[in-house]
Design a protein around this ligand. Structure first.
Ligand code: SF4
Ligand code: SF4
Length: 124
């Protein structure tokens, strides 16, 4: 169980095995990634940066996001393993993914978070 200071809930990371990757799939959204993370990931995949950017990155304003692909009734992150239903780059996933579900937004959107993630336990 993971606890984070000032958050009203805890997160059981074992829930991910049962979940099937709900936070990596569904409606289209942005999976922001920074330059340092892009460098690490392109090295890991043994791609030069230009090739990596063309294949996996879209520009969103001044920022970068991982691309998505069509999946089931919606979309999945380009690094979502559709067979195993988990993240194929887990150790190198962007900070946005590493910090989920402890996002400030979810402190104030309890119902939305409960609908999204089965690993959430509210602390009394
Ligand atoms: S939605 Fe929650 S339980 Fe499901 S994969 Fe994401 S973090 Fe894990
Ligand atoms: S990088 Fe991994 S954890 Fe993040 S959305 Fe993509 S598949 Fe999910």
């Amino acid at each position: 169980m993971i606890y984070e200071k000032d958050f009203p809930y805890a997160f059981d990371e074992n829930a991910c095995a049962k979940c099937g990757g709900k936070c990596c799939t569904g409606e289209s959204g942005n999976i922001f990634i920074n330059n340092e993370e892009i460098n690490l990931l392109s090295d890991y995949l043994k791609l030069d940066k230009k090739q990596f950017m063309e294949q996996f990155i879209k520009k969103v304003g001044l920022r970068y996001s991982l691309k998505e692909v069509e999946f089931e009734q919606g979309y999945a992150c380009v690094f979502f393993d559709q067979i195993k239903r988990n993240c194929s780059i887990y150790e190198l996933r962007p900070k946005q993914c590493k910090t989920f579900p402890f996002w400030k937004y979810f402190k104030y959107h309890k119902e939305e978070l409960q609908k999204e993630c089965i690993g959430i336990y509210y602390l009394s």
